[in-house]
Design a protein around this ligand. Structure first.
Ligand code: FAD
Length: 314
């Protein structure tokens, strides 16, 4: 791994091991990886490359064990958070956990749900991350977004971002738009009320989700909405198929909740894919429900794996 600082001084590395930059702790080598620290550095890379893989916390990304040939950009060093009254502007690489705490310090309510969520602002906006019946789009005002097709920066409002359940304009157009920063309008509230909500959310998360000590990518499947409008728990459907504890290679379904797949022992992207496909296939077979996967992929996958992911992404 050699550090090759370019003309514009962007920190970059060749043959970069991404194991510590994805929550599943998959070993995957990027041919080249960049750590950007501001908007100018980020945008300059789009003059050099057509396709770039952006990684925030890597909490929702399955990296290929075969590696990533296209350049990877890591945003976590681009992390300014600035408040003006109840409006906050946040750079793409800021940890949303920190954002939640900073909002609390400013007696601003709206980001209590972000406590304990392993995400950067860019990743959370792209995925419209949510928890405890709230999501990132709730207090969203606008985002500065780089459009790699038009080669320019856009300022997009909430409507233009097309947010829906774990989805956004960014996610719908892989490789086209990159979030540089976003602005939110929060609500002034009692310090103690915000603190209580954060505690409650944090305790709930500890009860129902695996900690990062058990490497995972969060919920694998979205909760499906049935024809009668009822929302089903994907985890419950998977549990009913008897898959808790089911393992292939180093990957397995978490014993406590069916919608999480853990890297128990140096799992490969292929192990993870095969476990996830088994979950999908079992639920389809038993209940006739086609689950939709939340996980995003990066790098090279075999033809049969590609086929499985295509089916699971509907
Ligand atoms: C233990 C655990 C618990 C979780 N709990 C939740 C939860 O409660 N709710 C929830 O919604 N999710 C949850 N997740 C999933 C994950 O945290 C979210 O999807 C989060 O939004 C991902 O953010 P990230 O910065 O890690 O993005 P990454 O995983 O790095 O990237 C995800 C996608 O966003 C893209 N992306 C990242 N940054 C940018 C950018 N600046 N511009 C454009 N695209 C970008 C990536 O290219 C990729 O396609 C959990 C994950 C784990 C491991």
């Amino acid at each position: 791994m050699n550090c090759t600082c370019s003309k514009s001084n962007i920190e970059s590395y060749e043959k970069f091991e991404l194991k510590n930059f994805n929550a599943l702790k998959i070993s995957s080598t990027a041919d080249v990886a960049y750590f950007v620290k501001d908007e100018a550095q980020f945008c300059s890379l789009f003059e050099r490359y057509k396709n770039i893989n952006v990684i925030g916390c890597g909490s929702n990304v399955l990296l290929s064990s075969l590696g990533v040939r296209e350049p990877v950009v890591l945003t976590r060093k681009m992390s300014e958070i600035s408040f003006r009254k109840n409006v906050v502007e946040v750079e793409a690489g800021a940890a949303v956990q920190k954002l939640s705490v900073e909002a609390f310090k400013n007696s601003l309510s709206g980001f209590e749900f972000l406590i304990g969520l392993p995400a950067t602002l860019g990743g959370a906006v792209a995925m419209n991350a949510g928890a405890h019946n709230q999501c990132i789009s709730d207090f969203f005002v606008s985002a500065r977004v780089f459009d790699t097709l038009e080669n320019k920066i856009l300022c997009l409002d909430k409507e233009q971002m097309q947010f829906s359940y774990r989805n956004s304009l960014i996610k719908k157009n892989p490789n086209r738009y990159v979030v540089l920063s976003a602005k939110f309008e929060l609500i002034k509230a009692e310090h103690s009320a915000i603190e209580n909500k954060m505690k409650e959310n944090s305790e709930f998360r500890k009860r129902v989700q695996p900690s990062l000590a058990l490497p995972n990518l969060g919920s694998v499947f979205k909760n499906p909405t049935l024809q009668d409008g009822q929302v089903q728990s994907a985890g419950m459907l998977i549990d009913k198929c008897g898959l808790k504890g089911y393992k292939i290679g180093g990957a397995g379904v978490w014993e406590n909740h069916g919608n999480f797949v853990i890297n128990y022992n140096n799992c490969t992207s292929s192990d993870y894919t095969n476990v996830v496909y088994k979950m999908y296939d079992s639920v389809k077979e038993r209940f006739g429900i086609q689950l939709e996967c939340e996980i995003v992929r990066m790098g090279e996958f075999s033809e049969s794996e590609e086929e499985k992911w295509k089916i699971m992404s509907n």
